[in-house]
Design a protein around this ligand. Structure first.
Ligand code: APR
Length: 230
């Protein structure tokens, strides 16, 4: 089976009702990213940070995968699919994708502030002050904040360099190192982009652009990929 590697971003979850970041009405229009998603913000007011992620976790529990997520899961019948996502939601997994790599962490998990190897599932939607790890330290969201390392980036780059097809879906390609993954695609490998808005990637003029929302564009992608197989 051909290796199909997908890089997804907030846009793939937009039709599930979860906000994007830099779109009209995006998250970063309302919140100061450094207040709610950086180590400095955590040091300054961890309750604000915990509440920010509690709100997003609450929305996630009410959200469902959309046709974009479901279509990617469907493709596992015909391709060896690896989803590399910048999203911290679990909608790819809930749609049925069996191989998902989270570059920026997972909203439904917490992590010890004393020992980052201690990671826990969050029951329900709340993680609050006083919720402690087994070593007695405050738990934090298991999310990569601005200014923090992206531990999974090397593994992600490995997957991309072995791709026979690369698909970018629902990301503005603004944030590094995730956006730099396209540089690991081998020469001559087809790159598809599904996005209702213009996505320009410097140095990559030959993208196969499907200028649609994920829920509709995924059908076009599946049809185009099937032609590739013939
Ligand atoms: N279907 C597909 N794409 C969509 C849809 C949709 N229904 N709606 C919006 N988009 C596209 C937008 O056009 C944009 O290109 O999704 C992209 C969203 O871009 P961003 O809001 O920048 O989100 P993302 O690229 O995932 O951000 C990357 O930045 O804030 C950090 O850690 C955060 O993981 C996030 C990272």
């Amino acid at each position: 089976m051909k290796k199909l590697v997908v890089l997804s971003g907030a846009g793939v979850s937009a039709e599930s009702g979860l906000r994007t970041f830099r779109d009209m009405g995006g998250m970063w229009e309302e919140f100061d990213v450094y207040e709610v998603a950086s180590p400095a913000g955590w040091a300054k007011d961890r309750k604000l940070v915990l509440n920010f992620y509690n709100e997003r976790r609450k929305q996630l529990l009410e959200a469902k995968p959309n046709r974009g997520h479901l279509g990617l899961a469907e493709l596992e019948k015909e391709f060896d699919v690896k989803v590399i996502t910048q999203n911290i939601d679990d909608l790819h997994e809930r749609a049925g994708s069996t191989s998902v790599l989270h570059l920026h962490g997972e909203l439904r998990k917490s992590r010890s502030t004393a020992d980052p190897r201690l990671i826990y599932e969050i029951e329900g939607w709340e993680l609050n002050e006083g919720d402690l790890c087994e070593k007695g330290s405050q738990l934090r969201p298991h999310v990569v904040w601005f200014g923090e390392a992206v531990p999974a980036i090397e593994e992600a780059a490995e997957f991309v360099s072995g791709a026979d097809i690369f698909v970018i879906i629902g990301t503005s390609m603004n944030v590094y190192p995730a956006a730099g993954l396209i540089d690991h695609v081998r020469a001559g490998i087809p790159v598809y982009v599904i996005d209702p808005n213009e996505v320009s990637i410097p140095g990559y003029p030959h993208l196969h652009v499907i200028r649609k929302k994920a829920g509709e564009g995924i059908t076009d992608l599946i049809n185009e990929l099937r032609k590739l197989k013939q």
